[in-house]
Structure formats: structure tokens, C-alpha cells
Design a protein around this ligand. Structure first.
Ligand SMILES: *Cc1c(COP(=O)(O)O)cnc(C)c1O
Length: 390
């Protein structure tokens, strides 16, 4: 093609090709731990993360998926790992060490909180400051001479808080720190952190990118030189490699990413508006609502607002639990970004409750809107609310 194909075309074609052996127009799943060595193996780099030799170093299906995800984020290269947490840990273990300092969103994925707030400081002497990254002044105040990394999650899990990627990238550049963005909630269809100045984009592929709730994976995308370091240090030598089967499943899932993200976003906005207008509801946090505190930043940096809503009822934990268990269509389960709607209630005993916005502190619901019709989802909410006396 003479011009760069559009995003939706890349989702279908990049990384696919004709199988040389069978002529199949889909590349097969290659489930093998190792590959025939050349007759003269004297010049082989046994730990080359870009050569198919031993599946912990990389596999054919992993390479195809990396190619596709790099193209979707507009990055030079990508590393795919066994889970989103393996990808995040890959970034932290590679770029942080004793006496280095990291600034991170104070409410982020729970494993990020534990890695940066407990394990890395306690075991390896990393210094971490957790701040509300939706406020750039707080980031500026947290800077130290040894700040090596700024890591934000936007939209944040579970608060849906938005951080301004472009502004934070300016701060990171001015101090020579790396800037990584966990863009899992947005997916590459709704937000392009690299274009806005981030150095690294991280995804849990388990969520929207795979989209079907049947495979786990994680990815980091950025400049080749940076990604190669993560491949060597955190994949080959820590071993969180993805299975070729999961890489193949995710490759298949991502084909429909644009269609799914539009549907998730449209339905979530409708459900969020329904909840906001309902007198049983204490608060609703959804970046697409004008009442969201960072709606303007979301509007600036996102195409649509994705499928996760946080809210609470004017009720105690017992009623919240009853509400969740009264739902007939929506499934009570963790995770998000699947085809089916998922819902989970967290009570006020969460270990980070003090970091949450005030309205979350008595307990909140995280609601991942699936691909069912808005009408059916809202009907399900209505009947469950009724059973709870609302
Ligand atoms: C789920 C999630 C992760 C972790 O991904 P896993 O694939 O479960 O390891 C990281 N970040 C965000 C924002 C997530 O929602």
C-alpha cells in the first residue's frame, strides 16, 4: 500500500501472513518449546529475544502479536509478556534500582501499588512517591534529583481518574525521566500516549485488547532500544513469557477491537447517564460524563470514554452485596473489558481506601460494561435495584 493503512485495517492485517508450508491465509499456532539449530551454531546469541530459538526468549506467535501492537500504538517495537502485571513489573525491574526514585499514581492497579510501595522499596531500595497524578502540580512537587520514572494509569483503575498525558510528558522530559502510561482502560483505539509524548505504553492484554475473557497477556510499546532492554532483562531473564497459544488468541481478539470499543463506549455512556439520574445512586464516575472532574482532559486525549464505570448506591455494604447478587445478566466477577458485563463491589476495608476520592471511601462498585444491549443492562440494574428496596 502506498499510504499508511488506517487503524482499523492494521487491526486486521498487521502481523498476519500466508503460512509458507500449507498456504493457509492465517498464520498457525506454533506450540513448540524449541527450534532446530543451524548446523553451525557457533555464532548464535542464545539469549536473543528477537530470534526464535527457545520459547522463553520468544515465539513466532509472540513476534506476530508484537508487530501488530507496535503498529496500533505507533511505536517502534513491543514486548508481549504473560500478563499485564508481568509487563508492568518488566518496566519497573528494568528501569528502577537502588537509589532511584519513581513517581506513580496513588490509585492504580493493586499489584503496581504493592510493587512500588512495598516490594521494590523494601527489597531493592527503590524510592517511590505516590501522588494524585490528575494534579500536575503534585507531580512537580514530588520530583527528586534521582527521579528516573513517572508512571501513570489513565483512566485509572478503579477511580476512572484521568491524568494529562501531554503535560506530564513535558515534566518528564524536563527532568530526563522516563514516562510510562498504563493505557489498559483506553486500549490503543481510544488513546495514543506515545503521540502525546509518553516513552512507554503498557497494556493488560487480558482486558480490552483480547476482549473475550479467555487469555491473559501484557505488553509494553516504545522505542526499540528501550523495549530491547525489557525483553532481555525482564523476559529472557525473569521468564514471564507468554504462551504461543495465548498470543494467538489475543491476535484473534484484537481484530475486532475498534468495533468493540465503540460499542463499549456508547453503552457505558448510556448506562452512566441512567445511573447518574437515578436517586438510588450516591455517585457515578465515568470520564464521558460532564460531571467527571477531568472530563475536559479525557475529551482532549481520548476518542471515546471506554467501558468502565465506578459508582455507589446510597446504601451499606450488605445492600451493595445484595444488589450485585440480584443481577441476572451482569456477572459478579473481577476483570474488565470482556464481552460480558462484569461487576464487583469493594467494601471500605480496601488497603488503599485513604487514597481514594472521598465518595469511594464507604465502598464502591466497579462496573465493566460488556457488549450486551444498553437496554438489557439497564433493565437488569432496574430489577436488582427493586429487589433491594429502591
Ligand atoms: C488488569 C489490569 C492490570 C493487570 O493485568 P493482568 O493481565 O491482570 O496482569 C494492569 N493495569 C490495569 C489498569 C488493569 O486493569
Amino acid at each position: 500500500m502506498s499510504k499508511e493503512p488506517s487503524f482499523i485495517t492494521k487491526c486486521v492485517h498487521v502481523g498476519n501472513g500466508i503460512d509458507k508450508e500449507t498456504g493457509s491465509i492465517r498464520r498457525p499456532i506454533t506450540m513448540a518449546n524449541c527450534y532446530r539449530l543451524p548446523e553451525d551454531a557457533s555464532s548464535i546469541n542464545w539469549s536473543d529475544p528477537n530470534q526464535i530459538l527457545y520459547t522463553r526468549n520468544t515465539s513466532a506467535n509472540q513476534l506476530y502479536l508484537q508487530q501488530r501492537l507496535a503498529a496500533l500504538e505507533g511505536g517502534e517495537d513491543c514486548v508481549v509478556l504473560a500478563s499485564g502485571v508481568a509487563a508492568l513489573a518488566g518496566v519497573f525491574f528494568t528501569f528502577l534500582g537502588s537509589n532511584s526514585h519513581v513517581i506513580c499514581s496513588n490509585v492504580s492497579y493493586i499489584a503496581v501499588y504493592r510493587l512500588l510501595n512495598q516490594y521494590l522499596p523494601d527489597k531493592y531500595g527503590v524510592e517511590a512517591t505516590l501522588v494524585d497524578t490528575s494534579d500536575v502540580e503534585k507531580i512537580k512537587k514530588a520530583i527528586r534529583p534521582n527521579t528516573k520514572l513517572i508512571h501513570v494509569e489513565t483512566p485509572g483503575n478503579p477511580t476512572t481518574k484521568i491524568s494529562d498525558i501531554e503535560e506530564i510528558s513535558q515534566i518528564a522530559k524536563s527532568i530526563g525521566a522516563l514516562f510510562s502510561v498504563d493505557s489498559t482502560f483506553a486500549s490503543p483505539y481510544l488513546q495514543h500516549p506515545l503521540e502525546l509524548g509518553a516513552d512507554l505504553v503498557v497494556h493488560s492484554l487480558t482486558k480490552y485488547i483480547n476482549g473475550h475473557g479467555d487469555a491473559m497477556g501484557g505488553a509494553v510499546i516504545g522505542k526499540k532500544e528501550i523495549i530491547d532492554r525489557i525483553k532481555s532483562e525482564a523476559m529472557v531473564n525473569l521468564g514471564g513469557t507468554i504462551s504461543p497459544f495465548n498470543a494467538w488468541l489475543i491476535m484473534r481478539g484484537v481484530v475486532t477491537l475498534p468495533l468493540r470499543m465503540k460499542q463499549h463506549s456508547d453503552t457505558a455512556l448510556e448506562v452512566a447517564k441512567y445511573l447518574e439520574a437515578n436517586p438510588a445512586v450516591k455517585f457515578v464516575a465515568y470520564p464521558g460524563l460532564e460531571s467527571h472532574p477531568q472530563h475536559d482532559i479525557a475529551k482532549k486525549q481520548m476518542k471515546m470514554y471506554s467501558g468502565v464505570i465506578a459508582f455507589a448506591l446510597k446504601a451499606d455494604s450488605e445492600i451493595h452485596n445484595k444488589f450485585i447478587n440480584s443481577l441476572e445478566l451482569v456477572v459478579p466477577a473481577v476483570s474488565l473489558g470482556h464481552d460480558e458485563s462484569l461487576i464487583v463491589y469493594t467494601g471500605p476495608d480496601d488497603e488503599r481506601i485513604d487514597f481514594y476520592p472521598e465518595e469511594f471511601r464507604d465502598g464502591y462498585i466497579r462496573f465493566s460494561i460488556g457488549l450486551e444491549s444498553a437496554e438489557d443492562i439497564i433493565d437488569d440494574l432496574k430489577q436488582a435495584l427493586k429487589k433491594c428496596g429502591f
